[in-house]
Design a protein around this ligand. Structure first.
Ligand code: GYE
Length: 330
């Protein structure tokens, strides 16, 4: 009897070990860091989706904004033999070699958020990211159209652009869109342009220094909401009224920005969704089922939010209502 029990137990152990060795799909995610509310929501969305999926195991790495950490993490993922790699690069250049290694290891690569500039030269299974040039265009176009709507379309206004992390796809694209759109509004004159690194603290510091060194700023374009919220603190501390003395247009559409807009301290935010979890989940399920995707970058739909209404940017502009704010999870 004892012997029989031992055999049964041993068999059960083999089955259990076998199941854990074969059932788990290891999904690795190389995340940039934790610089903003957008990033937190992005991490939560991807982590949460993978962790909740039966049979999937998450291998997560936070690179603390350092490219060398991301390169190390990717090589680690290869050594561990993960089944999928999710990747967003802190900057757009310098990934050719390590992503070629991922390709050589034949680990399906899913690009999310910020694209590497070598995307054309490497293989990837799917890609989801913001249309950053378009977001940048929308920011300036909103300000230009708003100025027209309040009778300031012919007035020379001074514009400051606070950029995201230098060299990040989101910064490069938004700056390109910002500058291209400024050409459409000759009354808007660029007087300052500097990085606030996508963080609230640096946004506040850059604004503080501008308020001392730049003669006049009428419009502040911030390439993410967090920097805008930091700038609001600096503007208030300098005795000026954010949202009135300085028109502020953000990007991301995080809940805190919605609240600032409703409070009249910010004027508009252009949406960029961080919620890639469901996209990633569907993609991996489809790849597991043997489907393949075209090599193309998918840009999820995005809107623009304000409290003004009636500004046509060729995209949906929504007036912030309580239900929109309440339903925002980030
Ligand atoms: O706008 C910013 C974040 O890459 C789209 O990174 C993302 C940007 C986002 O830190 O808040």
């Amino acid at each position: 009897m004892k012997k029989f029990l031992a055999v049964v137990l041993a068999l059960a152990l083999v089955v259990a070990l076998g199941a854990s060795a074969f059932a788990d799909i290891k999904v690795a995610f190389s995340q940039i860091g934790q610089e903003s509310d957008w990033r937190t929501a992005n991490t939560d969305s991807i982590k949460g989706t993978i962790e909740a999926h039966e049979g999937w195991e998450l291998v997560y790495d936070d690179a603390q904004q350092k490219q060398e950490n991301q390169i190390k993490a990717l090589r680690n993922f290869i050594t561990q033999g993960v089944d999928y790699i999710l990747f967003t690069g802190v900057v757009s250049t310098g990934w050719d070699e390590v992503l070629a290694e991922v390709n050589e290891a034949e680990i399906p690569l899913i690009l999310v958020d910020r694209m590497p500039d070598c995307a054309d030269k490497i293989d990837y299974a799917a890609a989801f990211g913001g249309d950053f040039v378009e977001e940048g265009r929308r920011q300036v176009a909103w300000a230009g159209e708003y100025l027209k709507s309040i009778g300031r379309g012919d007035e020379e206004v001074c514009v400051a652009i606070m950029e995201g992390t230098t060299g990040a796809d989101a910064q490069v694209g938004r700056t390109e869109g910002n500058l291209a759109a400024l050409k459409e509004y000759p009354n808007m004159k660029l007087v300052a342009q500097q990085s606030g690194n996508f963080t609230r603290t640096e946004g506040q510091a850059v604004m503080e220094s501008w308020l001392k060194s730049v003669d006049k700023i009428d419009v502040l374009i911030v390439q993410n909401d967090d920097m805008g919220l930091g700038a609001i603190d600096a503007i208030k501390a300098a005795g000026k009224v954010p949202g009135k003395d300085i028109i502020i247009v953000g990007c991301d559409s995080v809940k805190a920005a919605f609240e600032a807009i409703v409070a009249g301290e910010m004027n508009c935010t252009v949406e960029c969704t961080p919620l890639y979890g469901p996209f990633v989940e569907k993609t991996i399920e489809a790849l597991e089922a043997g489907e393949t995707f075209e090599k193309t970058i998918v840009h999820p739909e995005e809107g623009v939010y304000d409290c003004v209404g009636g500004i046509d940017l060729g995209t949906v502009t929504s007036v912030l209502a309580a239900d929109v704010i309440d339903s925002r999870v980030y």
